[in-house]
Design a protein around this ligand. Structure first.
Ligand code: AMP
Ligand code: MG
Length: 466
């Protein structure tokens, strides 16, 4: 296997990372390999489990771990960093986009703190499925290139099979990466990081202020897309906010089945900080942390504080416009007007009252059967009459492209993981093939993935990958 590495992060100041090789494992076995992504990346040859397990370092790689900090659930943690991941290097793909190739679950590093540096199979399969589904649904996201089992045990509350995920991202630079150097008053590294990010992700940005504006816009659009899919990230800590505007770190994330705006899945999110409806507000808060981290670069800091505050205060409007664009498409409306916001909100409210299935309501909105999703059918009929007036003549086409039939539902992910623990990966591959064609008409094979969970199947709690 040949990977055309072209590494640039290792040319940045030495305090930004540490050289670190992955720790070899006993018995690498390939579970999944993403051929089409490999093709985009210009990777040739047969997939090599030894490389994806960290047992062999491919030619051209310069393995490092990156330093970062972060606000975790609002609390400042000055020292995080890659504690269970190693960045092998970067490649410039056939689409001219530069991307990181990172092993996740590849052993201890100087940033591991008390952790073992490992991942178990469950979170690896979950991240593979959800990130590839997000990509298929047009959401900016990290990708999954490969998954391997290690033949080693991982010790959590129980003994679990170990695995390594190979993750691909436009970069792994986070809000927390900026915070790390800002907190240390390391202006040299902060400037080098900013220059690197502008050149790599925001080539039109004229400086930190413009970079902030552009990151805010990308992040607001990203969260609007999450909202349109009923996606709850679950750990929107600043160390899990990608500067490139991709969804990153699929830990306790989940898609809503029966809609409720206060839905929380993550077992550790006891206050509901990262609940579905809190995501845009937290997005603005995270951008305020990014703005704060850029201040030390500005010659006139008082003026910068004022300017950056205004930039962050624009987040809600940018988000609301993006949110409305996402939802009018879901309704097949193409000449958006001010009243459409109420049309969207009223439907969501009916869905919330009746716990209607988020994905299936939108997927079947034009279907007479959608009424069955609602307890108060008269209320739904009244809403539908208002909607009919607003619908575009092309509604069917617009809606088919905006409303997935299939999302990676939690109860099905759990079933896939359960089988994987027994060494049976057929359910994983079956589900992967369905969720990567989310807009295709359902078939006898894929119909089961569109079904909402029954009361007994419903998963209400998810856990971090650690
Ligand atoms: P996460 O919750 O996955 O975003 O991780 C937060 C921080 O904890 C990051 O610095 C991770 O590298 C670190 N971490 C998470 N799990 C482990 C682990 N099993 N071993 C070492 N570090 C970990
Ligand atoms: Mg993280």
């Amino acid at each position: 296997m040949k990977i055309p590495f072209d590494n640039t992060y290792v040319k940045l100041p030495a305090q930004m990372y540490a050289a670190q090789r992955p720790t070899p494992v006993q018995l690498p076995a390939l579970v999944a390999f993403n051929h089409s992504l490999a093709e985009t990346l210009g990777i040739s040859g047969d997939p090599d489990a030894d490389i994806f397990a960290g047992n062999a370092i491919p030619e051209g790689a310069s393995p490092i771990v990156q330093a970062y900090s972060g606000h975790q659930f609002g609390h400042w943690n000055p020292q995080l960093g890659d504690g269970r991941a190693v960045l092998l290097g970067e490649v410039v793909g056939k689409d001219r986009i530069r991307r990181d190739i990172q092993l996740k679950g590849s052993g201890q590093t100087p940033f591991s703190r008390r952790g073992d540096g490992r991942a178990w199979l469950g979170p690896v399969l979950r991240e593979y499925l959800v990130s590839e589904a997000m990509h298929a649904m047009g959401v900016p996201t990290t990708r999954a290139l490969a998954a391997v089992t290690t033949g080693e045990d991982v010790y959590r509350e129980e003994v679990l099979p170990g695995a390594v995920l190979t993750r691909v991202a436009q970069s792994h630079i986070r809000v927390g990466t900026f915070q790390y150097f800002a907190a240390r008053q390391d202006i040299q590294a902060l400037q080098a990081l900013t220059d690197h990010v502008i050149a790599r992700h925001y080539p039109t940005a004229t400086g930190p202020a413009d970079l902030l504006d552009q990151v805010i816009a990308r992040y607001a659009h990203l969260i609007a897309k999450w909202m349109g899919l009923g996606f709850i990230h679950g750990v929107m800590n600043t160390d899990n906010v990608s500067i490139a505007g991709e969804t990153i770190d699929y830990g306790p994330c989940a898609f809503i089945d029966g809609f409720h705006p206060d839905q929380v899945f993550s077992a550790i999110d006891q206050q509901g900080r990262y609940a579905y409806s809190n995501q845009p507000g937290i997005g603005a808060w995270n951008m305020a942390q990014f703005a704060t981290a850029l201040i030390p670069l500005m010659p006139d800091q008082d003026a910068a504080i004022e300017q950056f505050t205004e930039a962050v205060n624009r987040f809600p409007d940018i988000y609301l416009n993006a949110w409305r664009d996402v939802f009018v498409a879901k309704l097949g409306v193409d000449n958006v007007d001010d009243d459409d916001t109420a049309l969207i909100k009223d439907l969501l409210e009916l869905m919330a009252t009746d716990g209607a299935d988020f994905t299936n309501v939108f997927a079947k909105l034009a279907d007479i059967s959608v009424r069955d999703q609602f307890l108060d059918r008269d209320a739904f009929d009244a809403w539908k009459t208002r909607w009919e007036v607003r619908k575009s003549p092309n509604a069917a086409q617009i809606m088919a492209a905006a409303n997935p039939q299939i999302i990676p539902r939690n109860h099905q992910i759990e079933a896939v993981i359960h089988a994987g623990r027994e060494g049976d990966f057929a359910p994983f591959h079956g589900m992967l093939s369905a969720i990567t064609r989310p807009y295709a008409a359902l078939t006898d094979t894929t119909e089961k993935y569109a079904r909402a969970p029954t009361q007994n199947e419903r998963v209400t709690r998810t856990f971090c990958g650690t």
